[in-house]
Design a binder for this molecule. Structure first.
Ligand code: S3P
Length: 444
């Protein structure tokens, strides 16, 4: 029997019926990290950048809107149509007339800070929604200041709105305080027009899409072959517009991988998923849990590894994660917490304090929401402990405005003993606008 399709009621209370199974083939939308970078790097290159598969979601729309506000021509972002960016060159961004709105997107704000800090003589003010105005920016503004940047904001330069007084930058060797691709990328962008070389050293290796794409655009960038945490940029190279093909987002695929692994009778194929090794921690954890998961048709598309993922329901074991693995699955921890509820034994997540400064405090929010479903979940300063095997019951749930929480709870609701309702389901549109339609299509 076909399970009823989730219907959003006018008061934003989405019905999430339990039961049924999942089957079929799904193509997740384009990778969010790569989409932001394709727009940004295209904007500061010379010539046209043609982007295929760009994620048509709220976060990349924020990046595109910011660039348009600074005089960059970006064609409309529509499903199934390539996006064209007419590059203005490294110093071509114009001073906007008003505040630049980064929406909900931390990547937009942090990368933009790096890009704008060296635009001498121009003044930019960056802000965003209530969630983004609470997120820490000092991790970017302090290292940028060591290169000569002048950025002011609330809480001593930590919180947006942030005013950037463009100023010539100097090269520097910078050890970043956290393993964050956003911080690293901001510094690499600032380095492009500094007066000398810049080396960025991370505490652990974070996603390397910026390194790959900046090199493809012609930047003089070297990743230390003996230590990928050390990246050096020498200024002076001209970036050239490129065709970019964006693979599907493994962070969006993660919802189907976990849903397929935990839902009785499920069998799913997720096509065209980016498999950059700096992002595939989720696959390693699911494999260690004993999930029935296979990568098929592996290939390389525009410099990024890509494959299709096949997943089937089966018994799962608990997992323990921490340390250098965390940056490789940082966005997948909410849905891994759901997987842990369905695994035999006690799962432990540590070293994940970064989750407290994402779109929401994801450790607190997931503990609260899964707790409402009867999960045996304990919150720690830097992680979660989850005792699986006890099952979940339906509940009144809330995304608390967080896209990944909304989708993780939808996955949890599939295996609950009773029906759930979710407030704030629209948050999914930040990274995966078609999520609710795909869920309805895959339900059996
Ligand atoms: C991103 C990096 C990660 C990730 C975010 C996207 C990026 O954040 O959580 O969703 O595109 O660089 P951090 O760099 O803060 O870890």
């Amino acid at each position: 029997m076909t399970a009823p399709i989730a219907i959003a009621s006018p008061d934003d209370r989405l019905a999430l019926p339990c039961g049924g199974s999942l089957a079929g083939v799904v193509r997740v939308p384009g990778d969010k990290s790569i989409s932001h970078r394709a727009l940004l790097f295209g904007a500061i290159a010379s010539g046209e950048t043609r982007i295929e598969g760009l994620l048509p979601a709220e976060d990349p729309l924020s990046t595109a809107a910011c660039l348009r506000a600074m005089g960059v021509e970006v064609s409309p972002i529509e499903v199934g149509r390539p996006v064209l960016v007419q590059g203005v060159g490294l110093d071509g961004l114009q001073e906007p007339e008003t505040v630049i709105d980064c929406g909900n997107s931390g990547t937009t704000m942090r990368l933009m800070l790096g890009l704008l800090a060296g635009r001498a003589g121009r003044h930019f003010v960056l802000s965003g929604d209530a969630s983004l105005r609470r997120r820490p920016m000092r991790r970017v503004t302090t290292p940028l200041a060591s290169m000569g940047a002048r950025i002011h904001g609330r809480d001593n330069g930590n919180l947006a709105p942030l005013a950037v007084l463009g100023h010539p930058l100097e090269g520097a060797t910078i050890t970043t305080p956290v393993a964050s691709a956003q911080v690293k990328s901001a510094l690499l962008l600032a380095a492009l027009t500094a007066s000398g070389p810049t080396t960025v050293i991370e505490p652990a290796h974070s996603r390397d899409h910026s390194e790959r794409m900046l090199s493809a655009f012609g930047a003089d960038l070297v990743v230390d072959p003996a230590d990928p945490r050390r990246v050096t940029v020498r200024p002076g190279a001209r970036l050239r517009g490129q065709p970019v093909v964006v693979p599907g987002d493994i962070s969006s695929a993660a919802f189907w991988l976990v849903a397929g692994a935990i839902t009785p009778g499920a069998a799913l194929t997720v096509e065209n998923v980016g498999l950059n090794p700096s992002r595939t921690g989720i696959l390693e954890v699911l494999e260690a849990m004993g999930a029935r998961l296979a990568v098929v048709n592996p290939r390389v598309v525009a410099g990024e590894p890509v494959g299709d993922l096949v997943v089937e329901h089966g018994p799962l074991r608990a997992f323990t994660i921490g340390g250098d693995l965390i940056p490789r699955l940082v966005d997948e921890i909410p849905v891994l917490a759901v997987a842990a509820c369905c695994a035999e034994g006690v799962s432990r997540i540590s070293g994940a304090e970064e989750l407290r400064v994402k779109e929401t405090d994801r450790l607190a929010v997931m503990a609260r929401q899964l707790g409402a479903m009867g999960a045996r979940i304990e919150e720690h300063a830097d992680g979660l402990t989850i005792e699986g095997g006890g099952g979940l019951h339906g509940a009144e749930l809330a995304s608390e405005t967080d896209h990944r929480v909304a989708m993780s709870l939808a996955v949890a609701s599939l295996v609950a003993r009773s029906d759930s309702h979710l407030r704030g389901s629209a948050a999914a549109a930040v990274s995966y606008p078609g999520f609710w339609d795909h869920l309805a299509q895959l339900r059996r």
